[in-house]
Design a protein around this ligand. Structure first.
Ligand code: ADP
Ligand code: ZN
Length: 715
């Protein structure tokens, strides 16, 4: 059986009165601790240890639905692919602790009518709020009425409120008979083709359509067909906080909310959703990448929305790329996978070109809404004023947009006020004490923060080095600084800032998005949070403050990612009745990425990019793995990285580069060295890595080695 730990499967004895089968949840001892684990295989082979030393399973959890066979296979495959132990993958599959214990009922209070003999203003407020007859969670009622919980308890004692059990969450019943959208001829063709791809067995379809072309409407057809067969459907989204619009559309199309799965769920709800999926009650699930590890017994289709999004790559613990693992899950379960995007990844495009994936294109926006007109602003020709970041061309365009009563969006992929702070007197630049990174000024929170370890210090009055007063100057812009500039230019407009540090909770973000959608805001200033899949009907202008930011990275996907991101950002404009416009500020207007965006010639850019990858045997023509060594001392990290490089076996078509100090040389006080393994597609990267690691001494002391197959981060 397998425990959710970084260990292989272990053998256990099954007591005579127990009947186990693979997938069953059981409790078993390990050393002095009892663990919940899963029966993995039936143990037909002889155990690897002396049978007398084997320990017995303690208990079977018969009331918990077992993991389906396909989940066990999936865990094994993911573990092999990512070079992790299956136990760590199982741990992801079991990350819903409450699913394994009987549900604890929750109680709420409800108004029953008898007024209390003693009335106070606080009590009156509670009665007014509770008058709607709903069953309230005590704390929520107290908060809504602005009273202390004691007031509620008092009303329960007085018999005015009664306590009763709250109904537990359950998946809503879907209704497949609701009216569907009338598809355009192009959409109808796409839907027909998609349905034939998804009618049975394993297939991967790349649904490649410009922003606003109705990809969602098209894949809804495949989901509807799957649900009609009684099977389950899963939609993955890169950023789950952004799905409220999608959930509303599901409700319209399928007459009920889908089950949601993401890290923001409460522990009891996580448990309920896990069980509902395992019991085949939850038919339609929308979730973050981790939803792929839910125990679907009868999954019929997986949709990966915005498939190019790098949010699908998990970087902690088990490093996996959820889009790729969705394809693996599809092949193991013999089901259809749909990858949807307006800017597909080079990987998926090459797979489609080679015939491994089917390719469906949507070229027109719905109702012939035109794609936004996009132009580059050459910042060399029209530079902003000193200490400002918006060129007069962009400022004018914003002014015109506002005058027409339409909305504008300004995009800059940098949180905070300024990325660097310098002392004008002595030249000191504020650096993180734990990382090789500058501290970022956050003016709203009045502090300098490290974006890598979270350390912060209040913005000092005097320079800590030379003691000069008022000598600190911010260098470069973050979105807070752009906000300041906009406020000075357009003092009367309603602005909103959108970034992960300013809108940290899912509900806050959803509320802000609603305000934008309902046009309670005139200008949106945001980081990449604004790029993803929103539908803002009033948005007419999308301005990119600094298009060159992402192009400087030493990352093989820098151009591709910048293209995708900026295409998404500019694609937010003009999605409804209003024509849209995109303006891109750049100092490199001749760069192929900027040219492709401005001319709308995506295919020429992609062809060039694909050719460069081919020449350099970069993914998807070759494969990469990153080995990251880190330690509290630079010497320890470097010497282990060197010993690792020395132990690398020689192999055909596999090349080991490094070690080299990582671009981010220190994070959280840990020194970092990188090795990069490049292999031909067919060369067997995993087998090579396994052989290599088995021949290398394990890291000692505080040295850590992290293996990242198909890396997306090179910092
Ligand atoms: P995409 O996913 O390609 O960006 P969407 O599916 O979100 O596009 O469609 C963009 C907008 O157009 C949405 O508001 C959607 O409701 C609307 N839309 C698309 N196709 C249709 C259709 N056939 N009938 C009605 N509305 C549609
Ligand atoms: Zn730091």
């Amino acid at each position: 059986m397998l425990l959710p730990l970084a260990l292989p499967a272990y053998d256990y004895l099954v007591p005579k009165n127990m009947k186990v089968s693979p997938g069953k949840f059981v409790i078993a001892p390990l050393a002095t601790v009892e663990y919940l684990g899963v029966v993995w295989t039936r143990g037909e082979e002889a155990p690897k240890v002396d049978p007398k030393k084997l320990r017995e399973i303690i208990e079977i959890l018969d009331e918990v639905p077992p993991l389906p066979r396909v989940s066990l296979d999936f865990a094994d495959w993911v573990a092999r692919y990512t070079l992790n132990s299956p136990g760590m993958v199982l741990r992801m599959m079991m990350s819903a602790g409450r699913a394994f214990s009987p549900p604890t009922p929750r109680y709420g209070v409800r108004l029953v009518g008898e007024a209390p003999s003693r009335m106070t203003p606080a009590r009156a407020r509670v009665l007014r709020i509770a008058a709607n007859g709903m069953t309230w969670i005590k704390s929520a009622l107290a908060e809504a009425a602005g009273v202390s919980p004691g007031v509620i308890d008092g009303l329960v004692d007085a018999g005015t409120l009664i306590t009763e059990e709250l109904p537990a969450w359950a998946p809503q019943q879907l209704d497949l008979s609701t009216a569907r959208a009338r598809l355009t001829p192009e959409q109808a063709d796409a839907a027909r083709e998609l349905l034939s791809n998804t009618s049975g067995g394993f297939s991967v379809t790349l649904l490649d359509g410009v922003t606003g072309s109705g990809k969602t409407e098209v894949y809804f057809e495949a989901i509807a067909a799957t649900l009609a067969k009684g099977k389950q459907a899963l939609v993955l989204m890169p950023e789950i906080a952004l799905t409220s619009h999608f959930i509303a559309r599901c409700e319209q199309r399928f007459g009920a909310k889908p089950a949601e799965w993401h890290s923001g769920l409460s522990a009891p709800l996580r448990g309920r959703v896990w069980r509902a999926v395992a019991e085949n009650q939850a038919k339609l699930v929308v979730g973050a990448r981790s939803a792929l590890f839910l125990p679907f017994p009868d999954l019929g289709v997986i949709v990966v929305d915005e498939e190019h999004d790098t949010g699908y790559k998990q970087e902690e613990r088990v490093t996996y790329q959820a889009r790729d693992m969705a394809v693996l899950r599809g092949s193991l379960g013999q089901i259809a996978v749909v990858l949807s995007s307006a800017t597909p990844s080079i990987e998926s495009l090459v797979n489609a070109a080679k015939g491994r994936y089917r390719h469906i294109k949507l070229a027109q926006r719905y109702k012939a809404v035109r794609l936004p007109d996009i132009a580059a602003i050459d910042m060399r020709a029209s530079p902003p004023e000193r200490g400002k970041w918006l060129s007069s061309v962009l400022v004018e365009a914003i002014g015109e947009t506002l005058k027409r009563g339409e909305q504008a969006l300004l995009f800059l992929n940098r949180r905070g006020y300024a990325p660097v702070t310098v002392c004008r007197k002595c030249g000191l630049k504020f650096e993180c004490p734990n990382c090789s990174a500058w501290l970022v000024e956050h003016r709203f929170r009045r502090r300098l923060e490290c974006h890598h370890c979270g350390t912060f210090v209040p913005i000092p009055e005097t320079c800590p080095d030379c003691g000069a007063e008022h000598s600190l100057v911010p260098c470069g812009p973050g979105i807070e600084r752009i906000d300041e500039e906009v406020a000075a230019l357009f003092p009367d407009v309603r602005r909103v800032l959108l970034s992960s540090d300013l809108t940290p909770s899912v509900s806050d973000l959803r509320e802000t998005l609603r305000e934008i959608e309902d046009r309670e805001v005139d200008i949106v200033i945001g980081t990449q949070l604004v790029a993803k899949g929103h539908h803002f009907p009033g948005l007419a202008l999308s301005g990119v403050v600094d298009a060159d930011l992402g192009l400087a990275h030493a990352d093989p996907r820098a151009a591709e990612r910048t293209f995708q991101l900026l295409n998404q950002v500019t694609g937010r404009a003009g999605r409804d009745a209003i024509p849209g416009r995109g303006l891109i500020q750049t100092y490199m207007p001749e760069h192929p990425v900027i040219q492709a965006l401005a001319s709308g010639d995506r295919d020429a850019f992609l062809a060039r990019e694909i050719e460069e990858r081919r020449k350099a045997t970069l993914p998807p023509f070759g494969r990469l793995a990153a080995l990251l060594v880190s330690a509290g001392s630079r010497d320890a990290a470097e010497s282990y990285a060197r010993s690792l490089a020395r132990a690398a076996p020689a192999a055909q078509k596999i090349e080991v580069l490094g070690p080299a100090e990582a671009p981010l040389a220190v994070i959280r006080g840990r020194f970092r060295f990188r090795l990069l393994v490049k292999s031909a597609r067919e060369a067997g990267m995993q087998a090579y890595l396994r052989l290599w690691l088995s021949q290398t001494p394990k890291p000692k002391g505080d040295v850590r080695l992290n293996v990242d197959v198909d890396p997306y981060s090179f910092l």
